[in-house]
Write a protein that binds this ligand. Structure first.
Ligand code: PLP
Length: 418
């Protein structure tokens, strides 16, 4: 079999695929592993009850059940759902949106594939455009979705030192040069892997730069507002007609439904819906049907602030305290956790790479994600990327505490061996 260039790229050794395989295999071999890798949401009983009841609601109503099971959605998605969601976004967020501003996708990951390749790559004018990531570390799932070889350009962040061994990344506007060959800007907020919430001032500044250059600003709010709203203490939802907002039902508790939602101006939505139809024919019906039930019951926008956010906030506080205790005395800093469900640990001068540390931890039954993979598009060398790890705090606090203890022990040995 002879693979195309595209085939070699997506079916080859993409970092993310190797890593996910590795995590899956490690769990298969040793189900007792302390799993602090991956981005699966936690199981929250109250959310599960709400989702089960919404599913029951769909099943009990033949007028909803039949089209959900047996009818393809139109290219943008089910009009009734789009109208309800647009209405709720107008009411709750004050955005002037209608169904013309919305489109459904099979998960936000697939929405990013379409958006990045619509806006970047080689244009008919011969210009090869890129997506600018104003700050890395950034979501590793972006790295390999480009049809073109290297779709991203990224900037190192500025670092703010905070008390109690914490730090925070900021967009370094002094270094951020927007070259002529850009197709879009993209930012996840809050950010996977760091839990960073880029400040409103930074976001407004970025928005102004993007508008001045007529570049769409893609905002990935897989963890953010308006839902699932896993942000501490809270964030104001952000959108305007130059923003392409990408929402997801996954971190609300529905990763299996594979539903993403794009909010953008109509011309972008039309291009997106056409491309999505070519690629997927139609988006799945289950996620939108459940979301519609949740909307009608007033739960889609309520679960986040009332149930999901407090749940993760508590897990975060307990994980932070445990890691600060287990890593005390080591040259470590933790990114201030402002959202999502990760802690980002930075071991200054780590004697081995974070990839090698990941292997050692795996051998001791603890799965984390090495930091190297979260710097897509950063060409300049930067030792920092080998010094960081991402850990997830979705599991029961006792398991996180066990994992933190082993991690602390392993890293202490490393530094004392020099
Ligand atoms: N964006 C971010 C920041 C993520 O962390 C993820 C998944 O972990 C995604 C997008 C993709 O999510 P999904 O395709 O399940 O909507």
């Amino acid at each position: 079999m002879k693979l195309s260039r595209f085939g070699e790229k997506v079916a080859g050794d993409a970092g993310i695929v190797t890593l996910m395989d590795d995590l899956g295999e490690a769990l298969r071999v040793n189900p007792e592993m302390i799993f602090m890798g991956g981005g699966n949401p936690a199981s929250i009983p109250e959310v599960e009850a709400s989702l089960s009841s919404a599913l029951q609601g769909v099943m009990d109503d033949p007028g909803v059940r039949r089209p959900m099971l047996g009818v393809y959605q139109p290219p943008q998605g089910d009009p009734e759902f789009l109208d309800s969601l647009a209405g709720e976004l107008r009411r709750t967020c004050g955005w002037p949106v209608t169904r013309e501003n919305l489109a459904v996708a099979n998960g936000s990951q697939s929405a990013f594939f379409v958006l990045f390749n619509l806006l970047a790559g080689e244009g008919s004018d011969g210009v090869y455009r890129k997506v600018q990531l104003p700050l890395v570390p950034e979501y590793l799932g972006y790295a390999d979705v480009g049809l073109a070889p290297s779709l991203f350009r990224a900037n190192r962040p500025a670092i703010e030192w905070l008390p109690e061994g914490l730090f925070k990344y900021h967009i370094d506007f002094e270094r951020l040069t927007l070259d002529d060959d850009l197709g879009a800007l993209c930012l996840s907020r809050p950010t996977n892997p760091t839990g960073n919430l880029v400040t409103e001032d930074e976001l407004n500044h970025l928005d102004a730069l993007a508008r001045a250059r007529d570049l769409p600003l893609i905002l990935d709010v897989a963890y953010g507002a308006p839902f699932p709203d896993i942000v501490y203490p809270s964030m104001r939802p952000f959108w305007n007609d130059n923003t392409i907002l990408v929402l997801s039902l996954s971190k609300l508790g529905l990763p299996g439904a594979r539903t993403g939602i794009v909010v953008a101006r109509p011309e972008i939505i039309q291009a997106f819906a056409r491309a999505n139809t070519v690629l997927s024919l139609a988006s799945g019906n289950l996620g939108p049907a459940l979301a519609q039930q949740l909307l009608v019951r007033g739960e889609l926008f309520r679960l986040g602030p009332e149930v999901i956010r407090p749940f993760y906030h508590q897990r975060m506080q307990s994980a932070l305290a445990v890691f600060q205790r287990e890593l005390a005395g080591l040259p470590v800093r933790i990114h201030r956790p402002e959202g999502a469900f990760f802690l980002w640990l930075w071991f200054e001068g780590l004697p081995i790479s974070s990839m090698a540390l990941y292997e050692r931890l795996k051998a001791r039954g603890v799965l984390v994600v090495p930091g190297e993979h979260f710097f897509p598009g950063l060409e300049e060398p930067w030792g920092h990327r080998q010094e960081c790890l991402r850990v997830t705090y979705c599991q029961a606090p006792e398991r996180v505490a066990e994992g933190a203890k082993i991690l602390g022990d392993e890293v202490r040995r490393l530094y004392s061996d020099g």
